[in-house]
Ligand binder design. Sequence first.
Ligand SMILES: Cc1ncc(COP(=O)(O)O)c(C=O)c1O
Length: 400
Amino acid sequence: MSFLSETLARVKPSPTIAVSNLAAELKAAGRDVIGLSAGEPDFDTPEHIRAAGIAAINEGHTRYTAVDGIPDLKEAICAKFKRDNGLDYTPKQVTVGTGGKQVLYNALMATLNKEDEVIIPAPYWVSYPDMVLLAGGTPVFIEAQLENDFKITPDQLEAAITRNTKWFLFNSPSNPTGAGYSRDELKALTDVLLRHPHVWVLSDDMYEHLAYDGFQFCTPAEVEPQLYDRTLTVNGVSKAYAMTGWRIGYAAGPEPLIAAIRKVQSQSTSNPCSVSQKAAVAALNGPQDFLAPNNEMFVRRRNLVVDMLSAVDGITCPVPDGAFYVYPSIAGLIGKKTPAGVEITNDEVFATELLNDCGVAVVFGAAFGLSPNFRISYATSDALLKEACSRIQAFCAKLS
Ligand SMILES: Cc1ncc(COP(=O)(O)O)c(C=O)c1O
């Protein structure tokens, strides 16, 4: 019998973290590597948020706090939901965790039983299926095709629902595609859910503020108020406020569910970092005016990458609505060979050869559940992106 748990055997380590680690190792060994795999902004946490963190330390906010968040952060989160999403929540309906990742994990741990299914549109954020498996449930995938801008249709959702479906896990704008659902598109999905009262909605709104070209973010509980009582809306400060290392995520939903999540957290990690909570209050309550210039910068980078990749014969690169990822298809390169004779049989081989040949680290599509594609995170400098895309162009030109 194995010393390690059987549950652990069902899951795999995060492939995005694995690629980032490999790129870092190669760099440390002296290779010229450009890493485009990490899902985090390349700029610092804004000054006023850093200052709030420093003040929190100096003012002695360095002890245990309430398990699922300090009252002023919960108030700030309620105000944020009202301001940005028109949603009314009380602090008792709010939970704060060590990143959105922990909040999602806790929600699944708190709710999943053996027979339970969680519907996950693919391509998906790499952690969703494994979190479901760790919590003892079964992920059920719906493939969102490139032809439909990486979005699922209401018919696909309807067909995936069974009597065992517990959650529909929704993420817009999406990691890895950047695809965002318009209000009408989301309404068509929530209409399906209205017909299935046993299905709850887990909405991961992590990229809410990273929306471009006039794309209007919307979230299920806002689009369909009848779903309010069976929706957990998850968000966090990592992406928009460049606070990935501070580890603060949060969610709002029905009180009994929030209490169950608190129970999981109370017997595992307890409260998220006290200092980070104070910094998150400053992030949510403070000025939001830096978001627009950041988004202009992301749009410029997105366009640069989309233009350079679209110029490659064999690559199709849709224009995303938000987040900071592109998810190009390499269908036109499958079957081609490198000068050394390696056949590009799938996106994992493509990503490996790309890294070996020209030192560009991207994440292969199979990791996100839709192939043959790869994901580029464009949250890095224009100069590096230009260099990386030139290298990709040169690598692809050598394939025959
Ligand atoms: C879609 C999505 N959800 C949630 C998270 C978790 O973010 P954090 O734990 O930093 O709040 C990420 C991070 O990459 C993500 O891409």
